[in-house]
Write a protein that binds this ligand. Sequence first.
Ligand SMILES: Cc1cc2nc3c(=O)[nH]c(=O)nc-3n(C[C@H](O)[C@H](O)[C@H](O)COP(=O)(O)OP(=O)(O)OC[C@H]3O[C@@H](n4cnc5c(N)ncnc54)[C@H](O)[C@@H]3O)c2cc1C
Length: 341
Amino acid sequence: MTFAIQSHISLKPHNTFGMEVEAAHFCQLDDTAQLPALLASSAYQAGPVLWLGGGSNLLLTRDYPGLVIKVALGGIRLLEESADSVLVEAAAGENWHDFVRYSLQQGWYGLENLSLIPGTVGACPVQNIGAYGVEVKDRIAQVVCADLQANGKPLLLENADCHFAYRDSVFKQEAAGRLLVTAVRFRLSRQPQLKTGYGDIQQELEKRGIQQPTPLDVSDVVMAIRASKLPDPAVLGNAGSFFKNPVIEQSQADALLQRFPALPHYPAGPGRVKLAAGWLIEQAGLKGYRQGDAGVHARQALVLVNHGLASGSQMWALARHVQETVRQRYGVELEAEPLVW
Ligand SMILES: Cc1cc2nc3c(=O)[nH]c(=O)nc-3n(C[C@H](O)[C@H](O)[C@H](O)COP(=O)(O)OP(=O)(O)OC[C@H]3O[C@@H](n4cnc5c(N)ncnc54)[C@H](O)[C@@H]3O)c2cc1C
């Protein structure tokens, strides 16, 4: 099957920070049957290669000297159904939020708390997206991949093979650049099992007078809360949370709690404690801080925003300033969540 490789393409429409950078070569993958020819092409062989979904977890600080491939594989298939659950497969290029809403409309439940996360289905296992007390790993049965070192040969990974962890998976680690996610298979329930105890969900449901919420109600409420708290990338360029919540040793957390008794902290496995990166940044006085057009969001300190004309390198300089300030004040390392090129 054929495909067109274009040269000198602006990536501005393809990243939610709105960075004006250029790809030396660009093409779109619409069908897995294109893979053998694509992998054999001189642009692919010359590298480097960046696989792209919606570009919502990406900071591009400079032009990309190689081939950017937009994954546009489409389709949703019901593979199995029983009285209790369904196994549904969505292709990697499907829009994540549209798929969440579609699944709820079919009566397939479990993804409602993950509503309105930007991006594609194919990227959801990469960083194991999570929100409002749910991680997508809890709903993924299998991930369908193409082995890029074996001519695009299909490979089925079971959930356990994906080594899911907090904002992490095999696709970000040992398989990065080797496995392309072509589709994801979700095990969804026919019986609602709502998780409303996280964030403001319960409060918002009560405000709306909803006593017995449906999964669609929870999705609506999550959408409203997110829209009120997070900047819309169409208005203010951003990639969502820019830093992961740091996980530290219990002894370090104890020492910090002596100095900062209000420090939010959560158990994260034996002897480990998770801190709220947003709190650390806000308490360090950086909420709303700006370096030119690169800023820390005024309402959510975990989100870095492009107020208009910030370049990727200015954005990255701001991120490093935030990391350094937090390191000096608390002795805690903040790790960037998006891919930084
Ligand atoms: C306003 C906003 C809010 C957000 N909120 C959340 C949130 O609540 N929770 C959360 O977890 N994330 C959140 N994010 C981050 C982002 O939406 C997710 O990480 C999303 O899954 C990224 O999808 P994408 O298609 O845009 O990926 P991209 O940004 O295009 O790619 C991200 C990474 O995945 C790789 N990749 C993409 N597609 C594939 C594929 N098919 N196969 C293999 N690798 C691939 C890319 O190479 C890159 O390394 C938010 C972002 C924004 C802008």
